[in-house]
Design a protein around this ligand. Sequence first.
Ligand code: PMP
Length: 421
Amino acid sequence: GQSDNLADVPSRSHAALFLHFKRPVMITEGKMQYLYDERGRRYLDAFAGIVTVSVGHCHPVVNEAIIRQTQLLQHTTTIYLNHQVAEYAKELADRMPGNLKVVYFVNSGSEANDMALMLARLYTGNWDVVCLRNAYHGMSIGTMGTCGQHTWKQPMPQGFGYHHALNPDPYRGAFGDDGPRYAADVADLISSATPGKVAGFVAETIQGVGGAQPLATGYLPAVYKMVREAGGVCIADEVQTGFGRTGSHYWGFQHQGVLPDIVTMAKGIGNGLPLAAVVTTPEIAAAMAGRLHFNTYGGNPVCSAGGRAVLRVVDQEQRQAHCAQIGAHLLTRLRALAAKHDIIGDVRGSGLMLGVEMVKDRTTKEAAKAETATVMESMKDMGVLMGKGGLHGNVFRIKPPMCFSRQDADFLVDVMDTALA
Ligand code: PMP
């Protein structure tokens, strides 16, 4: 992913990076929803470091918590207790529904999903995992196989028997928004491609890397039932959808009215700090009894202090309600833009987790990949940073820090309008 002009500068050409732009920006500073480059130019950040800076770049409350903890205690590992990790686990568990009360701390989304798969395997004794086409759950050896996009897989042996079900994609799928019809494919997979028993099922409720794609209505309740009947556990990947971002609910899985057995979280949990967690029930956690859970940095006191500050800010600044309000306004404006530009095939999502899919033709839905890259680059030159995703790289992903304002939303849409024109 090295760009031409970075390669021209020897001192900048050694980092193996996955850069988003042909003419990349060198970021030197961040303040809430804005980033600044080395020339002092301001950018509106509508991608939040890939949906990670949840409450805002260098948010003062998070900063204060991190700085204070840095001066007290920076690291012990989980072989001792520290106040931050103990309090944090309780605060996270308090925000979970049902009996999801045991928290394991790790450092990244991939590690969290690895841990979830391992728990599923230990608890059920089964080996097969059902996941979705178009899914993304990480780049570790264990999670890579769950990804349903070839772009993220490397040719090497992987850790489970993975089975990819039809993606319940209301825009491109054969059954529109009829979730239970897609779910029938999971029953078929379980009976044909597994011994009839599975370790588990893993999915996001709104696929993030897959292009801000919500699962068809009623899909998860039907699939959770099938998976449990086959002896498996249900894993909700909340790495992108958690902590109020989707507006109407704190957790993504609540959009489909289901209660998972294991929930994984990362990214927005730490506002950019390397922090991730797996939350499960005492029954499933008991599968680890007599075994070791060890993670050198998991539950690090500085990251835990930052994570606790994120929880406080989301509550005190009412970020969930804010996401619902600004997201609704943004959706309305983006839909008006779609009425003006034929190249926009679909506008979707919830709260501040939105996608705009670009197509060459609204009937064939042929992906407008090059055009997406061009518009994104041109918006960057006009001061707006967005993400892109989807298997064909033709979906704009709008997932800003949750402090994104109505004025920011209007500015983004106006700049997109100019770039599209
Ligand atoms: N799950 C989801 C839904 C993700 O979007 C990502 C990262 N894009 C991961 C897991 C993996 O997280 P990490 O990059 O922190 O390993």
